[in-house]
Design a binder for this molecule. Structure first.
Ligand code: ADP
Length: 927
């Protein structure tokens, strides 16, 4: 066990035979404190991984040297080419690829920044669809030494890694990066396809998909990640190919914890300096709709409406029901009603008047923005990605690319249409069920169909002479103000629970609606924005986003020896005192520390050790930012937002209380926001621009199109081929067993039922059938409240008439129900076969090949023979209705479905408000 960090560093010199470590480590040499892992999207491409693994490091090194000069010149040539959208990509010959030819060189080898390579387009040609050349990492990023020198100028770095028309490896390969939602394949969405290359490239076997980066530095350093209550295939893939190893179970011996929910404070408290987690404590202040609105409302009172008019007027029900009525009497609706803690458009409905909202409804009700920005007549909204790496000092980045979601049905503000979610809500999870939904099938199509990129929208608006510069500045302003409004509480939680400055980071998904006067409105902030991908465009944006995020945040490239050194130090520190403030060096230590550590030209001797660390980190992080644009601090952020910060400690103040009452005064008073701003932007008392973060730079970055250094593979979820004949044969076997007295276990019954409903859903989205939709609606109206979270639907008065939008709505409800039902089913898993039940292996075989009619036959016979409905109730339920006789024959089970369930109290309550169900309940569905 090493006794000192120095010894630990020496022990950690590991030889890499795969790639030059510089390609995968940045911000410092391996073994140094600042060294962190680099993540790149190009190795998501199995072909590139294959090429790399075939290449010896010796070869790579010699080729690097030989090709360096040549490469730089190629880079410059290519930089210009990339500006032309639609340049035809051609595949390199297999020989070229396998020999690590020029393409590979361009992707992986060192690239020196060249001033003359600046591919920034001429501002006069701004509206042309030029592309974003992502500022991905090469080892030249290590030009920022741990001594704290400034990063290279962006105009140079922007051209470092390029895709070229000749050299792009244009492969669409089978991959397991698929939509997280299991219903993806059911969507009958139209595709606009103009790709010549098949998405499922037969060259690539499934083994490639499982490949992990065993030769990568992260693997040798035994860097680990842990998922908690989340499953992000894209992220898992990124981790695995970069050599990170997953740990499961209770162990907290991770380098990176990625959780889909808020973290337990116990875990946060015990984080070692090298550990990273993807949330801040109390982030719900931003991400819960009710908390967000309240925090912003408080700022409106405290700082003035004109500064914080960034969210639609909102009320939290039932507490503020009266206020809502008063507001409605002043300015009439419509109002949009959203469950307080829900997402993906679930449970949302729009009403004209508050009396259409059920009493005691727990929801957030917001003024409905009736004049949204429309593209080609379709309402749209924005999802932008915001990374906060620190709350004190506040460091906020906005990802240069975002996603624009369009509603499928053309917008019409007439009240008769308020029921139509495919006109008023832009959520993909709703619109994907509409048969007119168009999904682009080429990553280059950024303004095709119902999902665009932010940069494509900006270019589109610019062509219509809209002021996109002001729009983006307003969006930045909205983001910063929302974070400022919620920061105070998060900062005090960080001070109490987070032991090290770099432990936490968070990626927020901001949903923004732009009105037709181009004013952005904040709708909500998502805690764990979906990383599910449903198209090549999605894959491109989200892969780049995640790779850039991981690199920017910086996962320390520490060896196990270095980690155990920190662990020992950490446990000693914890046993002595658990105060983070205790790590602050005393003033007398300042000069000594800064001398010892250096800090380069930019380090100010008046800074404490902690301040120097913060400054150095901020600079290094900025140098690794990739496609992230830092929006706070910027050169004018103190001027613009200084008033909202406490003058002594720099904390954003959102309560009228005096700061000293709110915060325990730390051992040393500090103002990190001011310190950082001064050191980054002001020198010698005057303005000194030190980076490429000016307003013009930022706007330029938002408007250019996203480009990647190689194709990122996307393929639809592979569907298992069912054999109809085998299905029928196995069905006979199962029916015989059931006739002979065997029963389905509750797990088997629920599996069968969910597969059955999935088949119905697929059939209805492909070929809507009015009467079947009504049956499903009736079933869900009675039973939707029994899953968690309940599947509710409202405002159905006007959907009696069959339409594509109604079909989409029914499909969405059924999809939501199925998702929750399947989650609940996991609790029923059988670990062994029970006597008198059907053996699980035989039954699974049946399920593999069963079609809708097979599943229906088994469910019908089982219900009629046993007289129980284990797919809906367990035996001991008190409110289990008598089992109705199920008619055999096609759709008999479906027709009997509504009579298998009784109305829940909640459904009865709702039907009082909903004329449709009042009459519908009386309608006969057994037609
Ligand atoms: P969720 O978290 O369920 O996605 P959102 O708040 O993002 O809920 O709203 C879903 C959709 O509803 C958005 O895509 C947007 O189009 C629409 N929407 C939400 N709030 C408003 C509003 N105040 N005015 C107009 N449209 C809104």
């Amino acid at each position: 066990m090493p006794s000192s960090l120095c010894e630990a560093l020496t022990n950690s010199s590991i030889n890499f035979d795969y790639q030059k470590e510089d390609d995968w480590i940045t911000s410092g040499k391996l073994g140094s404190r600042e060294a962190v892992l680099v993540f790149r999207t190009n190795i998501l491409n199995p072909k590139i991984r294959k090429t790399l693994s075939e290449k010896s490091s010796a070869q790579a090194l010699s080729e690097t040297k030989d090709n360096k000069d040549e490469e730089e010149s190629v880079l410059c040539q290519n930089a210009n080419k990339t500006e032309q959208k639609g340049s035809t990509s051609s595949e390199p010959s297999s020989k070229e690829a396998l020999n690590g030819g020029s393409t590979q060189q361009k992707i992986y080898l060192l690239k020196k920044p060249q001033q003359k390579c600046d591919n920034r387009p001429d501002k006069s040609t701004f509206t042309s669809p030029f592309k974003k050349i992502l500022n991905r990492y090469s080892s030249s990023d290590t030009s920022i030494s741990s001594e704290g020198e400034e990063p290279a100028r962006s105009s140079e770095s922007k051209s470092r890694v390029l895709k070229t028309s000749q050299n792009t490896i244009n492969i669409k390969l089978a991959e397991d990066i698929t939509k997280e939602s299991g219903y993806e394949s059911m969507t009958p969405a139209k595709s606009i396809s103009n790709t010549e290359v098949s998405e499922e490239d037969p060259e690539v076997t499934s083994e490639d998909d499982d490949e992990s980066g065993v030769n990568m530095p992260a693997f040798k350093l035994k860097i680990t990640y842990k998922f908690h209550q989340t499953e992000t295939k894209l992220l898992r893939k990124l981790f695995n190919v970069h050599g990170l190893t997953e740990i499961q179970g209770e162990s907290n011996n991770f380098n990176l914890l990625w959780t889909g929910v808020h973290m337990k404070l116990d875990i946060v408290r015990n984080l070692a300096p090298y550990q990273r987690v993807n949330h801040f404590p109390r982030s719900y202040e931003l991400t819960r709709k009710d908390r967000l609105y309240k925090n912003i409302e408080r700022m409106q009172h405290l700082r003035g409406m004109k500064h914080f008019d960034i969210v639609p007027q909102s009320f939290v029900l039932p507490i503020e029901s009266r206020d809502l009525v008063v507001a409605h009497n002043k300015h009439r609706g419509p109002w949009i009603v959203k469950p307080a803690a829900s997402s993906r458009g679930r449970g949302i409905f729009i009403v004209n008047s508050p009396d259409q909202i059920p009493q005691d409804e727990q929801a957030v009700v917001s003024k409905y923005i009736v004049d949204p920005l429309c593209i080609d007549g379709h309402k749209c909204d924005l999802r932008v990605y915001v990374l906060v790496t620190s709350f004190d000092p506040l460091i906020i980045y906005l990802y240069e690319e975002g996603i624009v979601r369009l509603a499928t049905v053309k917008y019409d503000r007439h009240a008769d249409n308020l029921w139509n979610p495919c006109m008023h809500l832009c959520n993909y999870s709703i619109n994907k069920y509409h048969s007119d939904y168009i999904r682009s099938s080429d990553a280059q199509d950024e303004d095709v169909g119902h999902k665009w990129t932010l940069s494509a929208l900006l270019r589109h608006l610019k062509l219509q002479s809209c002021d996109t510069r002001q729009l983006m500045l307003n969006i930045e302003d909205l983001i910063i103000k929302a974070v400022l409004a919620c920061a105070q509480s998060i900062i005090s939680a960080c001070r109490m629970f987070v032991p090290n400055g770099n432990n936490c980071f968070e990626l927020y998904g901001f949903d923004i609606l732009i009105d037709n006067a181009l004013k952005p409105w904040l709708l909500e902030v998502n805690l764990s924005p979906s990383m599910g991908v449903d198209s090549p465009l999605d894959t491109k944006v989200k892969s780049c986003l995640m790779a850039d995020l991981l690199t920017c945040v910086g996962i320390p490239a520490y060896s196990p020896e270095m980690r155990s050194h920190y662990d020992q130090k950490w446990s000693r520190f914890r046993s002595s005192s658990c105060q983070r403030q205790a790590t602050f060096p005393s003033v007398s230590q300042k000069a000594k520390k800064s001398k010892k550590k250096g800090g380069g030209a930019a380090i100010n001797l008046n800074l404490t050790g902690e301040e120097q660390r913060i400054l150095r980190n901020a600079r290094l992080q900025y140098s690794r930012r990739g496609g992230f644009v830092r929006i706070f601090p910027t050169d004018d952020s103190m001027q613009r937002y200084g008033n909202f910060l406490d003058s002594s400690n720099g904390i954003p103040i959102s309560t009228p209380t005096v700061q000293s009452q709110t915060f325990q005064t730390p051992i040393m008073q500090h103002n990190y926001n001011q310190m950082l701003h001064q050191n980054l932007y002001c020198k010698d008392g005057g303005r000194h621009k030190q980076d490429d973060n000016s307003e013009a730079d930022r706007i330029w970055q938002y408007e250019r199109a996203l480009e990647t250094d190689s194709e990122i593979p996307f393929v639809k979820k592979p569907t298992v081929e069912k054999c109809e004949v085998e299905g029928r044969r196995l069905r006979k076997v199962m029916l015989k067993k059931i006739s002979n007295g065997s029963e389905l276990t509750p797990f088997q019954a629920r599996q069968t039922f969910s597969l059955y409903l999935e088949s119905v859903l697929r059939r209805l989205t492909e070929d809507p059938k009015d009467i079947h939709e009504k049956i499903i609606l009736k079933f869900l109206n009675k039973f939707g409240g029994s899953v968690k979270p309940p599947v509710m639907f409202r405002n159905m008065q006007n959907i009696k008439v069959a339409s594509k939008a109604r079909s989409a709505m029914v499909a969405k409800l059924l999809g939501d129900f199925l998702e929750n039902y399947k989650r609940d089913t996991e609790a029923y898993v059988d670990s062994f076969d029970h006597f008198g039940m059907i053996p699980s292996s035989a039954y699974n075989q049946f399920l593999t090949h069963a079609q809708e009619s097979d599943l229906e036959a088994v469910l019908t016979l089982h219900t009629n023979v046993t007289g129980i409905m284990p797919f809906l109730y367990n035996r001991c339920g008190l409110s289990v209705p008598p089992t109705p006789p199920i008619p055999s024959g096609l759709y008999g089970f479906l027709r009997a479905l509504p009579s298998m369930v009784t109305s829940s109290g909640m459904a009865r309550e709702l039907s009082k408000y909903d004329g449709y169900f009042k009459s519908y309940d009386k309608e006969k569905v057994f037609l």
